[in-house]
Design a protein around this ligand. Structure first.
Ligand code: AHG
Ligand code: MN
Ligand code: MN
Length: 336
């Protein structure tokens, strides 16, 4: 029997009381948006969705047409339902407060509408990442300050990967489950529950072209992987780098591995490339919920107190023993 996303969410709430109706509505609306983004992605050149939009986002990155299409889709789909107070996105400088004409709910939604933008035009997997927080000051007007909560405070998080299959991956803090889109029926169905990342791995993911810019602990870890059976690790490692965090993290959830986008010397004043609130936090929670670990080299990413909506962070996540090793290399360096 196929279990639809709706049925899964209803039955979870009945059994565990962890997905109240407004949160269920939120997750279903996000899933519906992902369905529609998936359709746009699949149309590609036929839908006129490829290429650059000719504008820049707050991080100074050139926006692709699909970055904007996906952002618009998520905003429009989510603002009228009464479940949200406000939204924040990679593609918007400031928060988007739910307009007065609609009722305001208590949830806050953050997203990277289109992750892996450099892969859109070359037909490689891309995705959408989302994180849900709860407004802690129900009486007052919503501000950016309401969003600045550590990743541990998330009440739901997930991503949708647009690849050979369109797969929605979700956690509400009770493990990780996956839903595959049946494109003919137009609905997501449960395809995997209780996802567990293997603790041991022989696969690493990092953009090797930045090696000369890395810090010593990251160089040490990768060099030890490269040394294979002749080095201290005593085993060979394989490497993958898709350049869509969604697709790299999806592989790690499915078969283990470690993903790193560490701080590097190209932009020494930035903690890293990836964004804490709508990339690193949701992915870190999924990875921890699947038995893995996530760190910035000093502490668990989920424990970081954010200072800004678009704050960046160094990311090391995946199989626990490997992440612990890299973190240990960092701690050793800083204490000596
Ligand atoms: P986005 O497309 O949302 O800006 O994110 C791209 C990110 C991430 O998905 C990926 O891991 C990384 O950028 C790839 O960066 P490089 O091109 O530097 O390898
Ligand atoms: Mn991204
Ligand atoms: Mn993006």
């Amino acid at each position: 029997m196929k279990v639809s996303l709706t049925r899964y969410l209803v039955e979870q709430q009945r059994a565990k009381g962890n997905i109240p109706p407004q949160l269920r509505l939120l997750i279903e609306v996000v899933a519906r948006s992902c369905k529609s983004i998936s359709r746009a992605v699949n149309q590609g050149a036929l839908g006129g969705v490829l290429g650059s939009a000719g504008s820049e986002n707050v991080q100074g990155e050139v926006q692709k047409k699909l970055d904007i299409i996906a952002n618009e889709e998520l905003i429009q789909a989510n603002e009228w339902g009464g479940h949200l107070a406000a939204m924040a996105s990679e593609e918007m400088d400031d928060i988007h407060v739910v307009p007065n004409r609609y009722p305001q709910g208590e949830y806050l939604l953050l997203f990277d509408p289109l992750d892996g933008s450099s892969n859109i035009d070359v037909n490689v997997s891309i995705g959408t990442i989302f994180s849900v927080l709860k407004k802690t000051t129900p009486a007052s007007d919503v501000t950016t300050q309401d969003f600045l909560q550590a990743g541990r405070q998330q009440v739901a998080a997930g991503y949708c990967v647009y690849g050979p299959q369109t797969t929605l991956v979700l956690t509400v803090g009770d493990g990780v489950c996956m839903f595959t889109l049946d494109k003919e029926e137009g609905a997501f169905f449960l395809t995997q529950e209780n996802v567990q990342i293997p603790t041991e791995t022989q696969e690493f993911a990092i953009n090797m072209s930045n090696m000369r810019h890395w810090d010593a602990p990251v160089k040490r870890y990768v060099n030890e992987c490269l040394a294979g059976t002749e080095g201290v690790r005593g085993k060979n490692f394989n490497m993958r780098w898709i350049a869509s965090m969604v697709a790299d993290v999806h592989r790690i959830l499915m078969r283990g591995g470690i993903f790193m986008y560490p701080w590097d010397k190209r932009e020494p004043n930035k903690p890293g490339k990836l964004r804490l609130m709508y990339e690193a936090n949701p992915m870190s929670w999924l990875v921890e919920q699947a038995g893995g670990a996530s760190s910035n080299g000093q502490q668990a990413i989920l424990d970081i107190q954010p200072k800004g909506l678009h704050e960046r962070v160094s990311v090391i996540l995946g199989s626990k023993s490997e992440v612990d090793r890299v973190t240990q290399y960092h701690l050793n360096t800083h204490h000596s």
